[in-house]
Design a protein around this ligand. Structure first.
Ligand SMILES: [Zn+2]
Length: 482
């Protein structure tokens, strides 16, 4: 058994001989290429780089080296309830979290969910996550959220939200501004956004919250185009009041008209597509097939682990599938055949990396592998897996073949946080203990009946159609034929 590698803070790291996807404009593939990391930056990319003294050399042969993935919308606090809502619709989610039980979350429960979600992210090669943290009932909850994010060596953006009060109220509270002053200090490992939704009420009650964001100079992220919840009216109000900016992130945008897409495109914002969520929960059809025609920048997200795992491989895979599925369907409806797919594998890899960097305003230093950029890097390599070869089409391999178990090594800000498939410097057992306490608290507070009922919603009756062919009695037919 190998001794654990010592990843001292000052040791350079050389990823040797991998297939590098630098995520440049041409979506290049660089075979047998080295990536040298010194400090928090990528120092050099090229063939046969000399290893500096004391460097940790990672053999990337037969592997794919790509930028760390960026998830632009994940409700990390909900990871403490992993998988509980697997059979929910959006309506059931709203009832459970917004109306009934979200208010039970204590600061330590937010901490537990965030801690587990943060570890899960870096393990899966998701080096930056926007924590769409809309369970922050009090500033103590927000402090707990940040404490957890800062306990894990990933890069995060706290998108501060609170579904239990109107956005104008909590963004206007002095303790909110005090929190921003105390905790958001310009450290590039912790960004900040304000997260709230626009109901479409003509009185535009969200206006003061937008003004706070503008005053603080921070972006707004908003669930837009969510069937039954947010619509074109919210987009129009934002537009008419001058709050649609290039920094604004529109989550889902799955049930908007072309008019709203035009407004988003014209003001330079981006859309965070959560395909698995949109497919199951019902916000609308995953919109990439429509927004491609508007040339709106796209990033990918997982939304919440109360349904789905926080793994951007499945986001890329389902986004390709949903887009192509819709393209075929639209064509078949007019008797046509799609002979060439519009959405390509390299494009979803781009959305999972550069698209995320674009959405969070970090194109200068994240989302691609080139000298001078921050070293957020993933090595996909799994010599024991029959899926690891042949490696013919690296972008296709990432999008359709690879999975989180193939994430071999992860660097965040130049620091090795996963090596040879094992997390480095992360206390998973502590996260388990915290999550167990939270689950026990919630389960006992709800009571067993409500707990089970929440997890197992009623199934609508399936009406079996009348079948004109059922006049044959199968059993007697079988008997007669003997
Ligand atoms: Zn969401």
């Amino acid at each position: 058994m190998n001794e654990p590698t010592d990843f001292g803070p000052d040791r350079p790291v050389l990823l040797r001989g991998g297939t590098v996807l630098p995520m440049d404009d041409g979506h290049s593939v660089l075979p047998r290429t080295d990536v040298l990391v010194v400090g928090d930056r990528i120092a050099e990319v090229g063939p046969d780089l000399p290893a500096p003294d004391g460097a940790v050399v990672v053999d990337a042969t037969d592997g794919i080296v790509m930028p760390g993935m960026i998830d632009t919308h994940r409700h990390m606090w909900q990871t403490a309830m992993r998988g509980y809502g697997a059979d929910w619709t959006l309506t059931q989610y709203f009832v459970w979290y917004y109306l009934e039980y979200g208010k039970l979350w204590r600061p330590e429960d937010v901490h537990a969910g965030n801690l587990l979600a943060a570890i899960e992210a870096i393990d899966a090669g998701v080096t930056t996550v926007v924590d769409w943290s809309h369970g922050l009932r009090t500033v103590d909850h927000a402090d707990a959220a940040v404490d957890a994010l800062q306990a894990v060596p990933g890069r995060f953006v706290l998108a501060y939200g609170n579904i239990q009060a109107p956005p104008a109220e909590w963004t206007g509270a002095p303790e909110f501004r005090d929190f921003v002053r105390r905790r958001i200090t310009g450290d590039d490992m912790l960004g900040f956004q304000i997260a709230f939704d626009v109901t479409g009420d003509p009185a535009f009650p969200e206006k003061p919250a937008f003004e706070v964001a503008r005053d603080l100079g921070v972006p707004v992220t908003t669930h837009a185009g969510v069937w039954g919840a947010t619509s074109d009216d919210g987009i129009r109000l934002m537009y008419e009041n001058g709050f649609m900016t290039p920094e604004t992130v529109y989550v889902h945008a799955a049930s908007l008209s072309a008019d709203s897409y035009h407004r988003i495109a014209a003001t330079g914002g981006s859309i965070s597509v959560s395909t698995e969520s949109e497919q199951s929960a019902g916000q609308g059809y995953p919109p990439t097939w429509a927004i491609r025609a508007h040339d709106i920048p796209v990033s990918l997200s997982m939304d919440t682990s109360v349904w789905w795992s926080g793994d951007l491989f499945s986001a890329m895979r389902t986004t390709l599938g949903a887009d192509r599925s819709r393209e075929h369907m639209e064509a078949h409806a007019t008797g046509e055949t799609v002979t060439h797919c519009s959405l390509r594998a390299d494009q979803v890899v781009d959305w999972a990396t550069r698209g995320g960097a674009r959405a969070i305003g970090r194109t200068d230093d994240l989302g691609s592998i080139e000298a001078g950029k921050k070293a957020d890097i993933v090595l996909i390599k799994n010599d024991a897996s029959p899926v690891s070869f042949p490696l013919l089409n690296p972008y296709g391999h990432v999008a359709f073949q690879a999975q989180r178990g193939d994430v071999h090594t992860v660097l965040v800000n130049g620091r090795v946080v996963k090596h040879e498939h094992r997390l480095v410097g992360v206390d998973l057992a502590a996260a388990r203990r915290e999550v167990e306490r939270t689950v026990e608290y919630l389960r006992s507070t709800l009571g067993e009946e409500a707990w089970q009922k929440g997890m197992n919603p009623d199934i609508p009756e399936t009406k079996i159609l009348d079948n004109p062919y059922t006049y044959t009695d199968y059993h007697s037919a079988a008997t007669h034929s003997r």
